[in-house]
Design a protein. Sequence first.
Length: 107
Amino acid sequence: MHCVLDDTQMPTEKTWWLYLLACRGGRTYAGIAVDVNARFDLHRSGKGAKFTRANPPRKILAVQPFASRSEALKAEYALKQLDRAEKLAWARQRGNKNWGNSSMPTE
């Protein structure tokens, strides 16, 4: 699922994005990337993370921009420490309407 960024989400050359994916089986996956759509395509094609090869992603739930890779990595670590309900609340708070809604698929 490719998405179009709105004007408030237009990336710069150095923008790193924290993203949360909805995956098969109701699971979630968090990661960082400079190009979220390209990374999502890699995950969907089985060339992304080991987790997403076993639990293919369905859609991008939310994204959040960061000015540096270091900041994005710290935020990714913090997001991964949350339980599922807290991760979904994180996604809802981001309100990334162009990235899909925050409801989780059941498959």
